[in-house]
Design a protein around this ligand. Structure first.
Ligand code: TYM
Length: 343
């Protein structure tokens, strides 16, 4: 069966949206709007797998929505909503809790990183997190999922779940007249020069919301002065920039800054090195500050303007949830039939 080409992706409302979220995900969400029907979700149920202050969570949900809109996602042509408002996410996740195997989840590296040493004390939700993520995507039978490199393993699990569901229930899927396979195997869209943006302080660590040093990341809410000072303080090495991509090997900080420049300017690392190779970091950093302020400044300003009008944001989310729910309800009705849950 041919599935309709559809994009689904999500961002957690856990504060401090940063350049990694923008270049690895949100900027690419914007670019896909002309080629696919898209659903962009604020995944608040994922956020509560670790403790969230309720007041702060509400603020963050609106802030991620504002970032989507400020970056250029069109909520009229596509669907922007928050996960908790469409009950199908939690319902399908439960079905997937019964499809996915413990052994599969035990291999998830992000759970190990997030749970840390005190694994006994991690929430059950944090452990089952990838099943909910599979439900997000498959609830809409989405075929393509743009994400940063760090989500690759979760996407592979979503494909395994879809495959196992299709196999386990194959006879029932056919008996219910729903074709030969019910769920598509969603394709990850990972790539470009900024699929993994690294910390500005340590090129071996991912740029992350949870890094205690604010200097390690550029936040989407940073003003021009903050962006300039963080780029200028970014760690580098003493060598000039190489002329070829090969020369970036073993120089993670240089590679990161070149990748950021390439992604912001919509080119590749080769082109960036063709312009800046052989030069000093100070010159390159000056150009990067100018580019980053030029690209991110207007987004930050628009986010601020939007966040000041929560009524508008809430209306966008409500409208999106209504449209998402209509799609989700069809899937859940069919899934219940397939699994044998009597209505
Ligand atoms: P989250 O909220 O951690 O991150 C949102 C998106 O930003 C990407 N990202 C990065 N990309 C490049 N460099 C970085 N340093 C960097 N840091 C984050 C992430 O890869 C992600 O694409 N589990 C997901 C949210 C989610 C989801 C989904 C995504 C829930 N359900 C369904 C796709 C489909 C997450 O925690 O993303």
């Amino acid at each position: 069966m041919a599935f309709q080409q559809r994009v689904f992706s999500g961002v957690q409302p856990t504060g401090n949206l940063h350049l990694g979220n923008y270049l690895g995900a949100i900027k690419r969400f914007v670019e896909l709007q002309d080629s696919y029907d898209c659903l962009y979700c604020v995944v608040d149920l994922h956020a509560i797998t670790v403790w969230q202050d309720p007041v702060e969570l509400k603020r963050s949900i609106r802030e991620v929505t504002a970032a989507y809109l400020a970056a250029g996602i069109d909520p009229k042509r596509h669907i922007v909503f928050n996960q908790s408002q469409v009950s199908g996410h939690a319902e399908l996740a439960w079905v997937f809790n019964c499809v996915a195997r413990l052994g599969w989840l035990n291999r998830m590296t992000q759970f190990k990183e997030k749970a840390g040493k005190d694994r006994e004390n991690a929430s059950v939700g944090l452990y089952a997190y990838p099943n909910l993520m599979a439900a997000d995507i498959l609830l809409y039978r989405a075929t393509h999922v743009p994400v940063g490199e760090d989500q690759k393993q979760h996407l592979e699990l979503a494909r395994d779940i879809a495959q196992k569901f299709n196999n386990d229930f194959g006879t029932s899927i056919a008996a219910n007249g729903l074709g030969e396979t019910y769920f598509p195997l969603p394709e990850p869209l990972i790539g470009g020069p900024a699929a993994r943006v690294m910390s500005l302080r340590d090129g071996s660590k991912k740029m992350s919301k949870s890094d205690p040093s604010d200097l390690s990341r550029i936040n989407l809410s940073d003003d021009a002065d903050a962006i300039a000072s963080k780029v200028r303080k970014a760690k580098t090495d003493p060598e000039p920039l190489p002329g070829e991509v090969e020369g970036l090997k073993g120089r993670p900080e240089a590679e990161n800054l070149v990748g950021i420049y390439a992604a912001l300017s919509g080119t590749g690392k080769e082109e960036v090195l063709a312009s800046f190779g052989g030069g000093q970091f100070s010159t390159f950093k000056g150009a990067l500050v100018e580019l980053a302020v030029d690209k991110l400044g207007p987004i930050g300003a628009e986010m601020k303007r939007l966040v000041a009008d929560p009524g508008h944001i809430d209306a966008v989310l409500r409208d999106g949830a209504d449209r998402a729910r209509a799609m989700a309800d069809v899937t859940m009705r069919e899934v219940k039939d397939i699994v044998g849950l009597v209505r």
